[in-house]
Design a protein around this ligand. Structure first.
Ligand code: ARG
Length: 381
């Protein structure tokens, strides 16, 4: 990015921040940033700017339905850490504080970025907590099929899983210019919810569970032209993410056939609607289990109402909500939800979160300077 583009983006963000926060003196701050960019080629956000910028990135996340709560994001500034182990230990603190015994707090932690002149970091996991997936010699998959490739990569680094269906993957952290290191997440940092059903005792026997806190750790946070490639963030789950997708999808845990069998449904023909019935029972189970354990989780009906309230509030502020309909509308019960009957513009505003290449995938690592993938026995070269 050219220095003038960087300054323009800084200017756009700082003006927005000062305006929305009713702060005076933006001209002085802009002069300062301009001088800093001229002198060093970049600039550093203050802690307050980082904090407000992260909230704006959430507010601008077109695919997120939970945005009503954007102002409550707790932002942890950890831009002075220098080793992978320090980042690991701090990530455990993020987990603990965000989990909060089940009363989940939306939290983001910013780790050092090379764009502010530091040695940058990457967390290679998709989320801080996620389950491993293994292929048995028979071809059968144990665990989360979506984690197969990353699990192999972790094993190539020397990690060994227990081979249960719910092994938490190690956290893999890479400092710019260094090889990746892996760390085991202590079990006491992982809040798990066993899935039971209020009426069907057999549900418990299926041995299903999910973790409480989804902490996205592989996206890039961009604020005022500065990128934070390592800035894990979390909200709390919406019911359908776990019940409809993670446990229900055919290419994930694929539990609907087993549940339908327990319900004695005729699974020979799709037109008996056995998938729909089994899905509803699985949703009841996940909702019940999280509630019984006191873990925050929002059902899709409430989430839809909250999102429409967010739209109302944004409208009142004179801002146009940008949203991606296909992601906002939940994967179950579509037309019963208010959001189904709405349309939105889908422009990408700044600040925001973005996808980025994964350093552990050789082909993608080639596009990230200073983050070479360790030679992986499973990659083509
Ligand atoms: N859909 C992802 C999962 O099931 C989580 C994405 C973030 N979700 C959230 N509620 N903040 O793990």
């Amino acid at each position: 990015m050219s220095l003038s583009t960087l300054f323009e983006q800084a200017q756009e963000f700082l003006q927005l921040y000062y305006f929305e926060s009713n702060l005076g003196g933006v001209e002085k701050r802009l002069d300062e940033v301009q001088a800093e960019i001229m002198r060093s080629g970049t600039y550093c956000l203050t802690e307050e700017e980082l904090s407000y910028g992260a909230k704006l990135a959430w507010r601008n996340s077109n695919r997120c339905m939970g945005r009503l709560f954007w102002k409550s994001l707790k932002v942890r500034d950890r831009r002075t850490l220098t080793t992978a182990r320090e980042v690991f230990e701090d990530a455990l603190e993020h987990l603990e504080s965000a989990t909060n015994g089940g009363k989940i707090r939306a939290t983001l932690t910013a780790y050092p970025t090379e764009e502010e002149g530091n040695r940058g970091f990457r967390i290679l996991n998709k989320q801080l907590i996620r389950f491993a997936g293994y292929t048995k010699p028979t071809g059968e998959v144990i665990g989360d099929p979506d984690s197969l490739e990353f699990t192999k990569y972790c094993m190539s680094l020397g990690w060994e899983g227990k081979k249960t269906a719910f092994d938490v993957l190690p956290l893999v952290i890479q400092r710019e210019g260094e090889p990746a290191s892996w760390f085991v997440i202590p079990e006491e940092k992982v809040l798990r919810v066993a899935i039971t059903h209020p009426e069907y005792a057999w549900m418990e026997e299926l041995g299903l569970q999910w973790y409480a806190v989804p902490v996205i750790s592989d996206m890039r946070l961009e604020i005022g032209g500065i990128s934070f490639p390592c800035a894990p963030f979390n909200g709390w789950y919406m019911l359908t993410e776990i019940a409809a997708r993670n446990l229900g999808d055919v290419q994930r845990y694929n539990m609907l056939p087993e549940i339908a069998k327990k319900l004695n449904l005729d699974t020979r023909q799709v037109k008996t609607l056995w998938k729909d019935k089994a899905m509803l029972v699985l949703q009841e189970a996940v909702l019940h289990s999280f509630q019984a354990k006191g873990v925050t989780l929002v059902d899709h009906h409430t989430a839809s109402e909250q999102f429409l309230e967010f739209c109302k509030q944004e409208d009142a502020k004179g801002r146009t909500v940008q949203a991606d309909w296909a992601w906002i509308v939940p994967p179950a019960s579509g037309s019963t939800l208010g959001v189904f009957h709405q349309e939105w513009d889908n422009q990408i505003l700044s600040p925001n979160f973005h996808y980025q290449p994964a350093p552990w995938k050789q082909e993608e690592a080639d596009h990230i300077p200073n983050f070479t993938a360790g030679k992986c026995p499973f990659s083509a070269n």
